[in-house]
Design a protein around this ligand. Structure first.
Ligand code: RIB
Ligand code: CA
Length: 311
């Protein structure tokens, strides 16, 4: 039986591939796509989710607009990576679908309420929408199978020495979701930096030859060119689809149970995810499943099969 999934995202190059993998793979029953401010404003991310679906021929999945800003700080879009339109400035097609009349929280609540089975939430942006669901619909949380979130890190960050972008954009939302008790899987930079978009990967995707493949290859070229400026990474990492890949194929990554807390007050560490892999804080119960090691070839096979299965 396919897994019912809601994808909450902030497209963003890598979020686009998460949408494509969730839409294309038969192990996923994609019930809704919800968008949040993060890589770009929510106007951009809500448009870009529809661009991703338009290009790939994905139809019939409700797409809703979500939170415009984090719970407790101003939005600071990652435009140095994702560009002014949050998709690297690529020419965007006219979209083939309108937004759902409901906002993200209402759509998520309806999907949870109406589903006969529990629903898995793949989240690939700041957790603002999910935090609002926790606050406004406590009666529906038991219908969430688990949250698989791209964010945080067991090590260093990418927007500050210890802060990863999704966690740092809305640390209060992350704290609230961690405290909710909903089963939680963290897919942090420690593993997504193993998913490097090498020249070989880019050429394999381009060689698929479809409209989706051409659009995706262009996004990856632009994404990787921004990483050239970083210097410490040979290629850009394709972070977000790993959440969906772990739902499809648990063998794609190794995991361990651990305690995670998010720093809310540190002058230099706000947004850092403190992952207690060595169980040093004995009294703090383990509250998350942490993804550690990636089966790289298995991951790219899933991504490339999804792109090839779309228009
Ligand atoms: O730190 C990487 C994460 O931030 C990814 O989800 C990327 O899309 C950005 O949202
Ligand atoms: Ca993202």
């Amino acid at each position: 039986m396919p897994t019912p999934v809601i994808l909450d995202c902030d497209p963003g190059y890598d979020d686009v591939f998460a949408i494509w993998l969730a839409a294309a793979n038969d192990a996923v029953d994609l019930r809704a796509i919800t968008t949040v401010a993060g890589n770009g404003t929510v106007d951009h991310t809500a448009l870009n989710a529809r661009v991703a679906c338009t290009v790939a021929g994905v139809r019939g999945v409700p797409i809703a607009r979500g939170a415009e800003s984090p719970l407790a700080q101003e939005l600071a879009p990652a435009d140095w990576i994702h560009g002014a339109n949050a998709l690297g400035g690529v020419d965007l097609p006219d979209v083939a679908m309108s937004l759902d009349d409901r906002d993200a929280v209402a759509l998520i609540a309806d999907v949870l309420r109406d589903s006969a089975e529990s629903v898995t939430i793949a989240a690939t942006g700041p957790l603002t929408n999910i935090a609002h669901v926790v606050q406004r619909h406590p009666d529906l949380l038991s219908r969430i199978e688990r949250i698989v979130w791209m964010g945080g890190s067991t090590g260093r960050g990418n927007v500050s020495p210890f802060g990863e972008f999704n966690a740092s954009t809305d640390p209060e939302a992350l704290a609230l979701v961690l405290d909710s008790g909903i089963p939680f899987t963290m897919v942090g930079l420690n593993i997504t930096h193993q998913a490097l978009i090498t020249r070989e990967v880019r050429s394999r995707i381009r060689a698929i030859g479809t409209e989706t493949a051409r659009f995706g290859a262009e996004l990856l070229e632009r994404f990787c060119s921004t990483y050239d400026a970083f210097g410490d990474m040979p290629d850009g990492p394709l972070h977000d689809p790993l959440t969906v890949a772990m739902i499809i194929d648990p063998e794609v990554a190794t995991t361990v149970r651990a305690r995670v807390d998010v720093e809310l007050h540190g002058d230099h560490t706000r947004g850092a995810t403190a992952v207690d892999l060595l169980e040093l804080a004995h009294r703090r119960p383990k509250n998350a499943t942490i993804a550690l090691e990636l089966d790289v070839d298995r991951y790219w096979r899933l991504i490339e099969s999804a792109v090839a299965a779309l228009r």
